[in-house]
Design a protein around this ligand. Structure first.
Ligand SMILES: C[S@@+](CC[C@H](N)C(=O)[O-])C[C@H]1O[C@@H](n2cnc3c(N)ncnc32)[C@H](O)[C@@H]1O
Length: 269
């Protein structure tokens, strides 16, 4: 990027931070640039300055950009092979503890914590009655969708396909055409609350934390505070699962040992 473009890009980020209530400083510039230039292409604008002007006058474009920046892509059983590996972790945890607490952070629209609940219910060797799950996200709107627990198949999302790791999803989900509704026996295991992993307080005594597909977007300096929050929230020997393309920051590698490196499952030492 030329110096002029760089300056315009930074001015655009300042505008987005000040006027659109989006903390662009958390995210890495390469990620932000990809999302912004994709919107610029859609609107036929080829300079950051011109795009900022567009944002100043067009409420719909602001909404479209925010939507595209909110990185809330998710799915049921995302990376199914990693969930398969998680089975033995869940069996082990429910064998050893009377209560097992899982935390999906960030949970986006809830498909990750509901997957954990369905895995527990579906595996005869997991005592699902001992399992409780908390889903948290920074974004209140997406948490509303999570609590609602209804998902639609569309041209970009095939919900039945996402549920393929279950032999028979109809025990856990009611289907009406393209609409899939989480049943009460699953939603009863999951609670949702708003929480910011960078600035929020840690929690206590979790046995397993999922922190998947957030770190890839986050600027390096904020990764360590996220891991500190997670580490403090886990009890000793508790498990951590990160996204398949993510790695632990070097500064945190002494606190966790790999249980299944390929599927990014670690244990607090
Ligand atoms: C790509 S989704 C990941 C969802 C799920 N873990 C998965 O792997 O499918 C990333 C989520 O991170 C949330 N998020 C972004 N910044 C956050 C923060 N500082 N604290 C908590 N959640 C955050 C976004 O709102 C978004 O829902």
């Amino acid at each position: 990027m030329s110096q002029g473009d760089q300056r315009q890009f930074q001015e655009l980020l300042e505008f987005i931070g000040a006027e659109m209530d989006f903390e662009s400083g958390f995210y890495n510039d390469a990620y932000l640039d990809r999302r912004i230039t994709a919107r610029m292409r859609r609107t036929d604008i080829d300079s950051y300055r011109e795009y900022r002007r567009q944002l100043e006058r067009d409420d719909d474009e602001r909404a479209a950009l925010l939507d595209s920046l909110s990185i809330n892509v998710t799915g049921f059983f995302r990376n199914p092979e990693a969930w398969e590996s998680l089975r033995s972790v869940l069996r082990d945890l429910t064998d050893q503890h009377r209560r097992v607490n899982l935390w999906s952070a960030p949970c986006a629209d809830g498909r990750e914590p509901y997957s954990a609940a369905m895995l527990a219910l579906d595996d005869p060797q997991v005592d699902d009655r001992s399992v409780s799950i908390l889903g948290t996200d920074i974004n209140e709107d997406i948490l509303r969708e999570a609590r609602e627990g209804t998902y639609e198949t569309s041209h970009t999302t095939d919900i039945a396909d996402e549920l393929a790791p279950l032999d028979d999803y109809s025990e856990y989900i009611d289907r009406d055409g393209d609409s899939f509704r989480i049943r009460k026996r699953v939603s009863d295991m999951v609670e949702f609350e708003q929480h910011d992993l960078i600035r929020g307080a840690s929690k206590r005594d979790f046995d397993l934390v999922f922190c998947r597909n957030l770190l890839i977007y986050i600027d390096g300096e904020y990764k360590v505070p996220i891991f500190e929050t997670i580490e403090e929230s886990l009890r000793e020997g508790g498990y951590l699962m990160i996204g398949m393309t993510e790695t632990l920051p070097t500064a945190c590698r002494d606190s966790f040992e790999a249980v299944d490196k390929q599927h990014r499952i670690y244990r607090k030492v």
